[in-house]
Design a protein around this ligand. Sequence first.
Ligand code: ADP
Length: 189
Amino acid sequence: MLNVIIFGAPGSGKGTQSAFIVEKYGLEHLSTGDLLRAEQKTQSDLGKLIESYTSQGNLVPDELIISMLAKVLDTKMNKKGYIFDGFPRTTAQAEALKVMLAERDMKVSVMLDLNVTEEELIARLLNRGKTSGRSDDHFETIQKRIQVYHSQTAPVKDFYKKEGLAIDIEGLGTMDEIFARITKAIDAL
Ligand code: ADP
């Protein structure tokens, strides 16, 4: 079983590369951003609560996202493994994921950190904002998301470094070049 965490700042290409990884390795894609946006779309009370965080560039509370992910893990069984995209985003989430997987006889195989300069992140997100229709893809919220990434999410890398699971992937270049670096890292496991 191959359980990959794709890690990196907003705009680092996690979603794009996840799609390639899913295709090549047959993994189940679990994107917390997609899960949250799907709930927001229903305009349920929960969806509205979620939007009050995401539209401001803030993280939704750990308990909420952890319970959401646990539910999905049980409904989307996949023998080949999973790709976790956008999760964990805090150290508490990383700890919860470890427990959640252990309870199901699974563990994280690797954490791939897409390294992209801040200048490039902002350019990509502003560009995506032209077509994505996402309420968080405009300048102020982008700045805020990058700030939140540095303060709350970047420490997650230390968690996986300690576990010997973190691998840096150069995230600049064409999508194919980046994917080639990723497959090289995965195939060497
Ligand atoms: P990006 O990485 O491009 O910002 P995502 O689609 O992964 O986009 O996430 C969008 C937003 O959803 C985040 O800014 C955050 O508000 C919320 N979110 C996604 N995943 C998590 C998570 N694991 N914990 C808390 N909030 C999350």
